[in-house]
Design a protein around this ligand. Structure first.
Ligand code: BES
Ligand code: MN
Ligand code: ZN
Length: 497
């Protein structure tokens, strides 16, 4: 898709379709008003006829306009003026692009920058147009032999008034970088477990590094991890025939001595549960257990494309969790890289077993902060559903910064407590800690487990089990939390650290 910023008057646009907004109570946006004057008030007449009310996400495509150089107009309802939240704006954008996707329209000019959105500027709106359009137009094709019907749309102009040109250009650049990062994350996540193995993820990370000047990559093999004493991570991999990989990406956008932001992502390319085998229904969805890792790749790609002036390290412990003869057994006791011993009471709580060694390894980078992303617990779905990701951490400032970034990016998170009392649930008779804490508060006890390995730095954990993919007929990866992380990194770069 070709996106560009346009500042020339609307009647001069070469496009198949002009997208304009209308509010509830039949009010027109500035662009809709100016176009309506050029086409003998056709829009007003259609509104008077009751063809469109202006409710949020309602659309009306005017396919033919007599005596005009304008080919088509797509009207989109936005809801009540002065009450358009960022989320409502994104919802209207999604409806616009879904409508266009189903037509023969090849190019479109979007004027929706002229809509007032609460707490939002031109840069933000431009970014959202690119992000939402790209998200809706994403189509998984990798393992299909016949092409699904493809959109003919290949060109989008974003129309702005000249004064806001600079803001729009910045928004466009960020929007493209983030949208591409989301797309990479979705693609890797949607790939099946027999293709997207730990080795495949490592290869994709290497390609990413090859294509970005400021990113370097190191892949640690099982023998390297053995030497480092990663007994916990390796125990999970022993149950599978695919060798584990520890992927380390290094983005050097800042000065040499500025401390990096470290992002760690769970890269479990298939989670069968191990000896504590999962039930069969829906088990295919456990190919998504590497969404955290895929988000690390997507976020680093976005940061590099935005050329952010900060240092970032991405770490992806990648493995399968399978029930091979050499797999973890309930009751086994492991020794982690940190020295803490772990009693495996359920082999399906494997995410924390691979993450704890990666989190210990993160210390080596002298991190400013460490953020981990993991499809860690089904309990997170019970607690929060599929709306926000779960957030837990040992530093209020970091957590608050992430919450703020999530709000701006419309990729929300909700904090849960990490209190002392919950640690009781992880007591073991045979090791320093158990890998599960019973039925109650599963998301919190999982984070408590991780917190035992993150005491030396500021740390936040995102449980993305409910947000990284959609289930049901529309099954597929969402690319979350790439928008939130990209926003956090932009904020950090703007703050000059
Ligand atoms: N990958 C799963 C978590 C998960 C479950 C994510 C459902 C998305 C949807 C994780 O490895 C797991 O199996 N967790 C167990 C932990 C339990 C054994 C304490 C779970 O949530 O059931
Ligand atoms: Mn599991
Ligand atoms: Zn898992």
């Amino acid at each position: 898709m070709d996106y560009s910023i346009e500042t020339s008057p609307l009647d001069k646009q070469q496009t198949d379709c002009i997208i304009v907004g209308i509010y509830e109570n039949q009010q027109l946006s500035p662009s809709a008003t100016s176009i309506d004057e050029q086409i003998q008030q056709i829009i007003t007449q259609l509104i008077e006829r009751g063809d469109i009310k202006g409710k949020n996400s309602e659309t009306l495509l005017i396919n033919y306009i007599p005596d005009s150089t304008i080919d088509r107009i797509l009207l989109v309802g936005l809801g009540e003026k002065d009450k358009i939240t960022p989320k409502l704006y994104r919802k209207a954008l999604a409806s616009v692009i879904s409508t266009i996707k189903a037509t023969k329209i090849k190019s479109a000019c979007c004027t929706l920058i002229d809509i007032d959105v609460l707490n939002s500027d031109t840069q933000w709106k431009t970014r959202q147009i690119v992000e939402v359009f790209n998200d809706v137009l994403y189509q998984y094709q990798e393992t299909k032999s016949s092409e699904d019907s493809k959109t003919e749309l290949n060109n989008i102009q974003i129309h702005v008034v000249a004064e806001t040109n600079t803001q729009a250009k910045q928004g466009l650049q960020q929007g493209l970088a983030i949208a591409n990062g989301i797309e990479l994350t979705k693609l890797l996540s949607d790939l099946p477990g027999n293709i997207c193995t730990p080795s495949y993820l490592a290869k994709r990370a290497s390609t990413l590094a090859d294509n970005a000047d400021k990113i370097s990559v190191e892949i640690l093999e099982e023998s390297d991890m053995e030497a480092l004493g990663m007994g916990s991570f390796l125990s999970v991999s022993r149950g599978s025939r695919q060798p584990a990989k520890l992927i380390v990406l290094n983005y050097q956008g800042g000065t040499k001595d500025s401390k990096p932001i470290v992002i760690v992502g769970k890269g479990l390319t298939f989670d069968a549960g191990g000896i504590s085998l999962k039930p069969g229904a829906g088990m295919d969805e456990m190919k998504y257990d590497m969404c955290g890792g895929a988000s690390v790749l997507g976020t680093l790609q976005a940061a590099a494309e935005m050329d952010l002036k900060i240092n970032i390290v991405g770490i992806v412990p990648s493995s399968e969790n399978m029930p091979d003869g050499d797999a973890n057994k309930p009751g086994d006791v492991l020794t982690s890289m940190s020295g803490l011993t772990i009693e495996v009471l359920n082999t399906d709580a494997e995410g924390r077993l691979i993450l704890c060694d990666a989190l210990t390894y993160a210390k080596k980078f002298n991190p400013d902060v460490v953020i981990d992303l993991a499809t860690l617990t089904g309990a997170c779905l019970v607690a929060l559903g599929r709306v926000p990701s779960g957030l837990l951490g040992n530093d209020d400032d970091l957590c608050n910064d992430l919450i703020k970034a999530g709000e701006t990016a419309c990729d929300s998170i909700w904090r849960l407590p990490l209190w002392e009392e919950y640690h009781e649930q992880l007591k073991s008779n045979f090791a320093d800690l158990a890998n599960i804490g019973g039925r109650d508060a599963g998301t919190i006890t999982a984070a408590c487990f991780l917190s035992r390995f993150t005491e030396d730095y500021r740390w936040a954990h995102l449980d993305i089990a409910g947000t990284a993919w959609r289930t049901g007929a529309n099954k597929g990866a969402t690319g979350r939390p790439v928008p939130l992380l990209s926003q956090y990194l932009i904020d950090r770069a703007n703050a000059g650290s």
